[in-house]
Design a protein around this ligand. Structure first.
Ligand code: PMP
Length: 421
């Protein structure tokens, strides 16, 4: 007999779980921009597995390839042996993503999570430079393992013990909630002053748009200045594209808006195309100083993820996908402008299909939770982010049709209008 209640979760699953508390139903099926609970309710998904489902749930184009691959008994697990699925992905990724952008990177498969791509990036930067220090920004989110936790800002998360707390200098994020801060000038002073007390770090790690931190896009000028200051001091620049990448902000990589070339890039989440685990670290060719097996993992390079990711590269090439995406992004941007104009105290930030509605000055986290609850009760899944969960994070799948986007945004708009404070 199949259990239909939540009893087994409450009995067996660790208290560390979180999303089930925000969305207390049991989900069963999902298609495109929608999730369905087992009791038959339908939810528009503005969360997308924290940016993992850019192509939507069960995308038919990608699913076909997966089904065919499984039906043909394609290799499912291959460690890092050569496989046809990996060859097809590397070829497609090179032709669709790297070569058109003139990015001469090597690809390291990590995994299966984004965190491991960050770990590899940090380790590689330390190995290449022979230095141990790192710089990161307040509000940053890079993962929960000990190394990646070391460069994650949240005190609450860091309590569990980042290894390298002393090795990391946190720089106030330029466009963060405390207003503007001359972080580049600050970095320049620390690095150029031989008595600053801060050793020259191996790398600076940055998200091109802070997502967990509260939806703060880094400006193009700021990223260019960060590239310049790191270059001046021989410090590697790591761009964490795990959540902001794969088309989320309108370009494949979010850093493209700034026209910079990072030394190292981390990619995960939507690169797996179908919600399948895949994570990669990309780096300039001359940084490939790894010795064989120096950073391994049993599940790196998931073969099904390669198949899905190759299909996703092919989707990315389709003109219709790109034009539909541009239309949806313009609609989202217009919605953001409407909210900013009509809701006093609300600050709106966004880029492409990533929108943040900041309620810090208009009811704060308490209202944000009420908006989230209202949206959920009316069939829309919205996640919160920011220092205190004060920002509504709107991440629709890139393939969402305009009609569904309108319905979802309508609910969020009504939620804001009805949850006064
Ligand atoms: N970096 C960024 C920017 C992220 O958003 C996340 C996940 N939210 C990670 C790293 C860690 O990825 P994962 O949860 O897959 O380990």
């Amino acid at each position: 007999v199949r259990a239909t209640t939540t009893a087994v979760f409450e009995d067996l699953e660790s208290e560390v779980r979180s999303y089930c508390r925000k969305f207390p139903v049991v989900f069963d099926r999902a298609k495109g921009a929608e999730l369905y609970s087992e009791d038959g309710r339908r939810y528009i998904d503005f969360f997308c597995g924290a940016g993992t489902l850019n192509y939507g749930h069960n995308n038919d184009f990608i699913k076909r390839r997966l089904v065919d691959y499984l039906a043909a008994d394609g290799v499912v697990h291959g460690l890092d042996m050569y496989t046809v699925a990996k060859r097809e992905f590397l070829t497609a990724f090179n032709e669709t993503v790297l070569r058109p952008r003139e990015l001469d990177y090597k690809v390291q498969f990590c995994g299966p999570t984004g965190t491991d791509a960050v770990e590899a990036a940090l380790k590689l930067a330390r190995k290449v430079t022979g230095r141990t220090g790192l710089m990161a920004f307040t509000g940053a989110y890079h993962g929960m393992s000990r190394g990646s936790l070391g460069v994650t800002g949240s005190r609450r998360a860091r309590r569990a013990g980042g290894i390298s707390g002393q090795d990391v200098t946190f720089v106030p994020y330029e466009d963060g909630p405390q207003g503007t801060f001359d972080s580049i000038g600050f970095i320049e002073r620390l690095l150029s002053d031989p008595s600053s007390g801060v050793d020259i770090p191996a790398a600076v790690i940055v998200e091109p748009m802070q997502m967990e931190g509260g939806m703060y896009p880094a400006s193009a000028e700021w990223l260019r200045a960060l590239r310049a200051v790191t270059e001046r001091h021989g410090v590697l620049l790591i761009l964490d594209e795990i959540q902001a990448g794969c088309g989320r902000t309108g370009k494949f990589f979010c850093f493209e808006h700034a026209g910079i070339v990072p030394d190292i890039v981390t990619v995960s989440k939507s690169i797996g195309g179908y919600g399948l685990p895949l994570s990669m670290t990309l780096f300039r060719r001359e940084l490939d100083v790894w010795e064989p097996a120096e950073h391994t993992g049993t599940f790196r390079g998931n073969q099904l993820a390669f198949v899905a990711a190759t299909a996703a590269c092919d989707l990315w090439e389709q003109t219709k996908f790109r034009t539909d995406l541009a239309v949806a992004a313009r609609r989202l941007e217009r919605f953001g402008a409407e909210i900013a104009a009509t809701e006093p105290g609300v600050e709106v930030r966004g880029r492409g299909m990533a929108l943040g509605i900041d309620l810090a000055g208009a009811g704060g986290p308490e209202r944000a939770h009420r908006v989230q609850r209202y949206a959920f009760d009316h069939g829309v899944i919205v996640e919160l982010c920011g220092r205190h969960d004060e920002v509504l994070k709107i991440l629709p799948p890139l393939i969402i049709d305009i009609a569904r986007l309108e319905v979802g945004l309508g609910v969020v708009g009504t939620a804001l209008r009805t949850t006064l404070y």
